[in-house]
Design a protein around this ligand. Structure first.
Ligand code: CUA
Length: 350
């Protein structure tokens, strides 16, 4: 019975592996697969993974093959004489040497290849042309700071694509504001933990444009699964346009606005919103929650729990926990007209 359960589990596992199509994972909203890398470190990791898999597969086939041969060769036969013990062997130098030297060589090869990769992965981020990004993990969202560009964003990391003539890695400085999180975008790089009071470094070098999804890789509380990250890899020109949009002042001039937007802004500043969120150019300068300066430049809300549209925004303002149970932003007990005005204001933050 136990073997039957094991066999069924194995068959299901192998079936799932065969059905999973890595090509499907390519871009937006796809299943991110380490087998479909789109960045230099991820390619290095995939090559290493295949090498290890190949060596392990060869050892598996050799060991299981030898076992099967022995079982078959020494099966019980008609003429088997059980009355005497089989001939006894004591030690064999060739066999001893083989099973000592073989594994030693395997371990040595793996050690050398892994060490080479570790050093190559550590070296590239110090390139002077690297784009610097400081990423800070919060329960449960990502703060993204570009110190050289003076940009503060959240949850959607925009980076330029690197091309062969002019390589441009992205150097990531990783920190945490509260508990341990982990930066993980499988198609771009391996996982790197984000530890409170300890700065870690990683880098990516995307080689194709597109949107790549990531996910916090370390359990960090109730909404760990909804701590999603999107990395938008753009052409140099598109990235430049994004940078200019992020650096432009956020809201339009007070007098030239829709009255609902104006009332929304006043509400935003008089309620608790402004003590947790910042909007560049206004009195709102909180750092507990994501910066909302260019909220409308993002495609999702709540670190990936919903699309960034008016309906989701209203739901979020009424009760954030409806979309993200356990979220640290409280329900503000707002009336319908207040929600409408705040929505109008937030939707003006282009
Ligand atoms: Cu942050 Cu899990």
């Amino acid at each position: 019975m136990r073997y039957a359960v094991f066999a069924v589990a194995l068959a299901l596992g192998v079936g799932a592996l065969l059905l999973a199509d890595p090509a499907r994972a390519a871009t937006d909203a796809g299943v991110p697969s380490i087998l479909d890398p789109a960045s230099v470190p991820a390619q290095v990791i995939r090559e290493l993974a295949w090498l290890l898999f190949g060596i392990a597969a060869a050892i598996f086939v050799a060991a299981e093959g030898a076992l099967a041969w022995v079982v078959w060769r020494h099966r019980v036969r008609e003429d088997t004489d059980d009355s005497l013990p089989p001939p006894q062997l004591y030690g064999s130098r060739p066999i001893e040497v083989a099973w000592t030297v073989g594994p030693l060589l395997v371990v040595l090869v793996l050690f050398l290849v892994t060490t080479r990769n570790v050093f190559s992965l550590q070296a590239a981020a110090s390139s002077p042309s690297a784009v610097q990004v400081h990423i800070i993990g919060h329960q449960w969202w990502w703060e993204l700071r570009y110190p050289e560009l003076g940009i503060v964003a959240a949850n959607e990391l925009h980076v330029p694509v690197s091309d062969a003539d002019e390589r441009r890695p992205i150097a990531l400085t990783l920190d945490s504001a509260d508990v341990i999180h982990s930066f993980w975008v499988p198609q771009l790089a391996g996982k790197t933990d984000m530890v409170p009071n300890h700065t870690n470094h990683a880098w990516i070098e995307p080689t194709v444009t597109g949107t790549f999804v990531g996910q916090c890789g370390e359990f960090c509380g109730t909404q760990h699964a909804n701590m999603r990250l999107r990395v938008v890899v753009e052409s140099k020109e598109d990235f430049q346009r994004w940078v200019e949009r992020q650096r432009a002042p956020a809201a339009a001039q007070p007098d030239a606005e829709d009255p609902a937007v104006r009332r929304g802004r006043d509400l935003f500043q008089s309620l608790a919103c402004a003590s947790c969120h910042s909007v560049e150019g206004t009195r709102a300068d909180g750092r507990v929650g994501p910066s909302l300066t260019h909220l409308m430049s993002r495609s999702t809300l709540g670190s990936g729990v919903g699309t960034n549209d008016a309906a989701t925004l209203r739901t979020w303002l009424r009760d954030p926990a409806e979309l993200k149970p356990g979220v640290h932003m409280p329900a503000m007990n707002l009336g319908d007209s207040e929600i409408a005005e705040l929505t109008a204001y937030l939707r003006s933050l282009d």
